[in-house]
Design a protein around this ligand. Structure first.
Ligand code: GDP
Ligand code: GDP
Length: 454
């Protein structure tokens, strides 16, 4: 498939709650008229798979939430992706490729009354290469005779053909049983468990109060210095108990050590920050709120976003702020902190202890956003409505269409939009903003990639 990859980090803010966990994805693939929509209807038990077009998307839905024997999954009807009927046949192999990328299990539908066509061969070849589990559905096997004849489909090299009649329901239960057998187990619990203490990088330019905050957090709590695996120099991390949990603070030795007098200290400080972010899941960026926001502060925030880490910004030395400074600070934040407006914010004083207890809830919330996943069906329904109400701007006389979207990853959340043309930056920002408004992600960067079919 010829998709061009484009990436864009998100810079927009939003609110709202989280989303439910991910469901496994089952994609239905096959050339036109083999009965994909009929099979989808059969599986979801409704008559709604074929619906009229809306501007911007091919059908208003290509994904459905389905369940069988109490197990839920997302069903994707690849037949719904292509806007134009002409040339559709040529694109099935391409769709099969896309389906393979996003699905956990693929159901390849072939018309048993027709046998193997060239298009079926082409799709079969793509699917054999993917390594994803493929179920070969021999559809329109309405009677025992056709069931027998479906054995010619062995020639596709995709294992045993499963005779089914989507129209009459014959064999569809067996087919779904096979799907369930191949579905992955529910993903492991994201939080706690055996992933060890969550990892925090405390970063910020010199003198903002990092070691003061560390001392306050460690306070009377038990502090363990943990030697980093694989290095002899620099036993670096500290395990600190906060809010009933143990947290790993990355490279506390670097924070506590006074090396700012040294030549080249800035360079090494930047290296240290980068290395700490590499190992961390969430960054607490400390800023001296009594001083004007500096380029260096902003650069550190950008480093966190670029590293794809969750972020909490702690405005420290709040005890030093008078009313005028507070007013100025808010204006500086509004005007200059435009790259990471989604970061969570806490105003603290490491010296007096003010609001320090609010750090942990903010960190936990940022980590939750960082692991948040929008189910594929929900995402596509949401985008379908969004695009119908506000279609992408026409470009070079053509209206780009969004065929399908999926959240491919978490930590940080990464979305892929499959499109027929380039989406302008402003429009991508618009989508990002609405995703944030609808699904949260406060405290976490999100990445949106476009896969453009040329
Ligand atoms: P799609 O283009 O792959 O989505 O195919 P459709 O679901 O639109 O079906 C194409 C045609 O095949 C329709 O006329 C269906 O009624 C018919 N069809 C689908 N499944 C079966 C089946 O199991 N048996 C028979 N006899 N016809 C079927
Ligand atoms: P680091 O270089 O980021 O580790 O910063 P330090 O923790 O060494 O703090 C630098 C200076 O700021 C020290 O003199 C601290 O006492 C002072 N400081 C740190 N936090 C606060 C605070 O919340 N309020 C005030 N007034 N001073 C602070």
């Amino acid at each position: 498939a010829e998709f061009a990859d484009l990436e864009q980090g998100d810079r927009d803010q939003g609110g709202g709650g989280g989303a439910a966990g991910p469901l496994p994805v089952v994609a239905i693939v096959g050339r036109p008229n083999v009965g994909k929509s009929t099979l989808v209807n059969r599986i979801i038990g409704r008559r709604e798979a074929v619906v009229e077009d809306v501007p911007g998307v091919t059908r208003d839905r290509v994904t459905y939430e389905a369940s069988w024997r109490g197990r839920r999954f997302t069903l994707v009807d690849t037949g719904g992706w292509d806007p134009d009927a002409t040339g559709m046949g040529l694109r099935i192999a391409e769709q099969a490729q896309v389906a393979a990328e996003l699905a956990d299990v693929i159901v390849f539908v072939v018309d048993a009354t027709v046998g193997v066509t060239d298009a079926d061969e082409a799709v079969g070849a793509v699917l054999r290469r993917t390594g994803k589990p493929v179920i070969l559905a021999a559809n329109k096997a309405d009677n025992p005779q056709l069931e027998l004849e479906s054995s010619v489909l062995w020639s596709l090299g995709l294992g045993e053909p499963r005779p089914v009649s989507a129209l009459h329901g014959r064999g569809s239960g067996d087919l779904l049983d096979t799907v369930l057998d191949l579905l992955p187990e529910a993903p492991p619990e994201q939080f706690g468990g055996d992933r060890g203490p969550r990892r925090i990088a405390l970063v910020g330019k010199p003198n903002v109060g990092k070691s003061s905050l560390l001392n306050r957090l460690a306070g009377e709590e038990r502090v363990l210095v943990d030697p980093m695996a694989g290095t002899t120099r620099d036993p670096v991390d500290e395990l600190i108990e906060l809010g009933g949990k143990t947290w790993r603070f990355i490279d506390t030795a670097g924070i506590r050590r006074r090396e700012r007098e040294l030549k080249g200290a800035d360079f090494y400080a930047t290296m240290r920050t980068k290395a700490a972010l590499e190992r961390a899941e969430v960054a607490v960026v400390l800023i001296d709120a009594s001083q004007p926001l500096s380029e260096q502060d902003l650069r550190i925030m950008s480093m966190v976003a670029d590293a794809g880490r969750a972020m909490v910004i702690a405005f420290n030395k709040w005890d030093l702020l008078d009313e005028e400074r507070r007013y100025d600070l808010e204006r500086e934040i509004k005007r200059r902190m435009t790259r990471t407006p989604w970061a969570l914010r806490v105003n603290i004083s490491a010296k007096t202890g003010r609001n320090v207890e609010k750090l942990v809830p903010a960190i936990e919330r940022a980590l939750e956003s960082w692991s948040n996943r929008v189910p594929t069906a929900k995402l596509n329904q949401f985008l379908g409505e969004l695009v119908a109400a506000t279609p992408p701007p026409v470009r070079g006389g053509k209206q780009p269409k969004i065929l399908f979207a999926t959240q491919a990853d978490v930590e940080p959340p990464r979305f892929i939009l499959f499109t027929t043309g380039f989406l302008e930056e402003t429009y991508r920002r618009f989508i990002e903003r609405r995703i944030r408004e609808t699904y949260g992600f406060d405290g976490s960067p999100i990445v949106i990639s476009m896969r453009i079919r040329e």
